[in-house]
Ligand binder design. Structure first.
Ligand code: SF4
Length: 158
């Protein structure tokens, strides 16, 4: 659990639910990778919030890598420009478990907002300050996928 998430009740409940999931695993279609718009290169003109298919996968930001992980594990990806949009997209997706990339504040709000769905929180990095050209260690996303995503022939799912 990343440092900086500060609501002990929701964090504790979320952790409990995640612990159960790791034993059971979740089918890819019930998972969702959600990330904040601030990961997009600030000079990129592509309207990825409208549709992630608008990303040209040029590699100037980690959006490309996230989309490739989604394809590799057959898990849907969504991007949101704020908390309200993120909640709408989660509800529309029908996902049961969310792997979310954002800042600590948005992750805390998100864990509460989508409760009782469990959230795997992954904190972004902000080398240029908040909300601009943020980065994420995509290895952490892949570790989360490996730990909870049901891969055919490996484990029993929900
Ligand atoms: S990978 Fe390239 S095209 Fe896609 S969002 Fe990033 S900068 Fe834009």
């Amino acid at each position: 659990m990343p440092l900086g998430i500060t609501d002990p009740l929701f964090i504790g409940l979320n952790k409990l639910r995640l612990g159960k999931l790791k034993k059971k695993k979740v089918a890819p279609e019930k998972l969702l990778i959600l990330f904040s718009h601030c990961l997009q290169n600030s000079e990129c003109p592509q309207k990825i919030v409208v549709s992630l298919s608008n990303c040209k996968r040029c590699g100037k930001c980690t959006v490309k890598n996230i989309l490739e992980l989604g394809e590799k594990y057959k898990v849907s990806c969504v991007v949101a420009s704020g908390g309200g949009m993120a909640l709408e997209k989660v509800k529309a997706s029908g996902a049961r478990v969310i792997i979310a990339v954002a800042c600590e504040k948005e992750l805390t709000l998100g864990i509460k907002g989508v409760f009782p769905r469990p959230v795997v929180p992954i904190t972004n990095k902000r080398p240029k300050g908040p909300c601009k050209d943020c980065e994420v260690d995509t290895e952490k996303i892949e570790q989360a996928l490996k730990s909870i995503c049901l891969m055919p022939g490996i484990s029993k799912g929900e």
